[in-house]
Design a protein around this ligand. Structure first.
Ligand code: C5P
Length: 217
């Protein structure tokens, strides 16, 4: 089966030396890529800037900004069976980019930001044939937000994690997941190493995809 997986953060430049980004390490997306490769699936990994080695056997496309990630994903989505949008895409970008280095001043100043394109929602709003997995990192109202994102972003499955614990989720080697499927009770995947969780998640994804295909036929 062909997997398209996004991982890591995106970066939105402010000037020649500064950018907006987030703490995503890419570990979860890379672990899912490795788990899929272990099971002999084909993997295309679109990765934001991370300090991780390419998973052996994956086709890796390195990107920096959200726009670059969108362009890469939209070029690849037609050829995949499962699309896993694990990347932590910046929700906002600076409204203006300065080609040089912005000068420092003593006065406070406000940075004008504009929303970035929602890659997942854009790609799923047009006809496609792949099973779509979204992610949601939440600090509050996890179930409410996850259920809304599952619906609004047209996902077949949504993986949510609570990132309010300092030792879990972002940057950590461990995670704890809640899986949301349309018309099904949420399912918890207990705390564990991301490498192990990725193997469990892969089985859940393939099983849900199978059920989805059975319902359609
Ligand atoms: O940031 P948010 O919680 O809305 O992210 C939920 C899902 O949407 C994730 O799968 C994330 O990769 C995706 N997303 C996206 N483009 C954005 C923001 C989020 O594809 N600009």
């Amino acid at each position: 089966m062909k997997f398209l997986i996004t991982a890591g953060p995106t970066r939105e430049p402010l000037d020649a030396v500064r950018y907006l980004s987030n703490r995503s390490s890419g570990k979860m997306g890379y672990a899912i890529a490795a788990a899929a490769l272990e099971e002999k699936h084909q993997v295309t990994l679109i990765s934001g800037p991370v300090a991780l080695a390419d998973p052996l056997g994956a086709k890796v496309i390195r990107v920096t900004t959200g726009n670059e990630m969108f362009e890469a994903a939209s070029a690849q989505i037609g050829a995949c069976d499962v699309f896993v949008m694990c990347a932590a895409v910046c929700d906002y970008k600076p409204a203006h980019y300065s080609a040089g280095k912005m000068k420092k001043h003593d006065e406070p100043f406000a940075l004008a930001l504009e929303p970035t394109r929602d890659i997942l929602a854009s790609l799923t709003s047009v006809k496609h044939d792949c099973f779509v997995v979204g992610f949601a990192a939440e600090t509050q109202d996890l179930a409410v937000n996850a259920t809304r994102k599952l619906r609004e972003k047209n996902c077949d499955l949504l993986v949510a994690n609570d990132v309010s614990h300092a030792d879990l989720g972002m940057e950590s080697d461990e995670n704890e997941l809640m899986i949301f499927l349309p018309n099904d009770e949420p399912r918890k995947v207990a705390r564990g190493k991301k490498t192990e969780l990725a193997r469990t998640l892969l089985k859940i994804i393939l099983n849900a995809r199978e059920n989805c295909l059975t319902k359609k036929t």
